[in-house]
Design a protein around this ligand. Structure first.
Ligand code: GUN
Length: 296
């Protein structure tokens, strides 16, 4: 069994991105890419994620800024913040950190982010283009998972893959990518959800399992075939009084029981999380290059 070390793989990817940022800067008058994050309220996990994203940007030579809005902001105020970032020619990439307060309609906001700056790859334009196999900004977490597999020599062509979860952030775009006609696609994909009655039988018949359900302990050893590749996207905060923070991050997979059966498995934390951040940096660099090309 080999641990799919997202920390190490993401560090390699970030090194490639850093190299490219420094290589391109002199060609664009010393200018480097810039990411803007919008955060509404003070959800602790969101604040932590945005801080990690800013730190990763700085390490790669990508500039970043955070627009913090109060938790009681109106839909119109958040929309206006996004609109200003769309219009700001110094900004290459925009993310609106989720989850948003319950009174904010995140689907409506997606209609207002410029697809060219949508480095999360969440807008209808980018999701639709990806589903059609057109050039687009690819959804950051699934693209990070594909890169984690690719950089560790795991291909999906001809494999049976189960995706657990059908969220717009992970499950759906992940399934689309796995269906693409490429070495890192060409999979036979089953997308499962909380109503799937025979989850155990489906998972047991798959060479690759990607779980993004947000249910700690969902994937147990008797559900996983010998030699399977298991990618755990779950990051649920569970109370842990032994930690200074009072919580720990739990994946969907019962790691200790499942790992001995796997050929490869991601840990939580240190698996998919760092790859998502590297993917976001990659998309920001791509958005920067495409915008500059258009204005040259
Ligand atoms: N919340 C959880 N994952 C993500 C992500 O990839 N992007 C944004 N914007 N919010 C998230």
């Amino acid at each position: 069994m080999t641990i799919l070390d997202g920390k190490q793989t993401a560090a390699q990817w970030r090194a490639d991105i850093t190299h490219r940022v420094h290589e391109l800067a002199p060609l664009y008058g010393g200018r480097t890419p810039k990411l803007a994050a919008v955060i509404v309220g003070d959800d602790p996990a969101s604040v932590t994620y945005v801080n990690l994203k800013q730190k990763a940007c700085a390490e790669c030579g990508i500039r970043s800024t955070v627009k913090r809005l109060p938790a009681d902001s109106t839909q119109q105020q958040v929309r206006e913040a996004v609109r200003r970032l769309n219009a700001n020619s110094d900004i290459d990439g925009i993310i609106v950190q989720q989850p948003l307060p319950p009174h904010i309609d995140s689907k409506d906001l997606l209609l207002h982010i410029s697809p060219k700056k949508d480095v999360d790859g969440f807008t209808p334009d980018n999701i639709g283009r990806m589903a059609l196999g057109l050039d687009c900004m690819r959804a950051a977490t699934p693209a990070g998972i594909v890169e984690l597999l690719r950089r560790n020599g795991i291909t999906t062509r001809g494999k049976r893959v189960a995706v657990i979860g059908r969220s717009n952030i992970v499950g759906r775009p992940m399934a689309s990518m796995l269906l693409e006609k490429s070495e890192m696609g060409d999979a036979t994909v089953t997308v499962c959800n909380s109503s799937t009655p025979d989850l155990k039988e489906i998972l047991a018949g798959c060479e690759i399992i990607i779980s993004a359900a947000g249910c700690p302990g969902l994937v147990q050893a008797d559900m996983v075939a010998e030699g399977a590749v298991v990618v755990d996207v779950g990051t649920t905060r569970v109370a842990d009084p032994s930690r200074r923070s009072g919580y720990r991050l739990a994946g969907d997979v019962d790691f200790d029981a499942v790992a001995p059966k796997c050929s490869y498995i991601t840990p939580v934390p240190g698996g998919v999380g760092p790859m998502t951040i590297a993917s976001l940096l990659h998309n920001t660099l791509t958005a920067f290059v495409r915008r500059r090309r258009r204005t040259l």
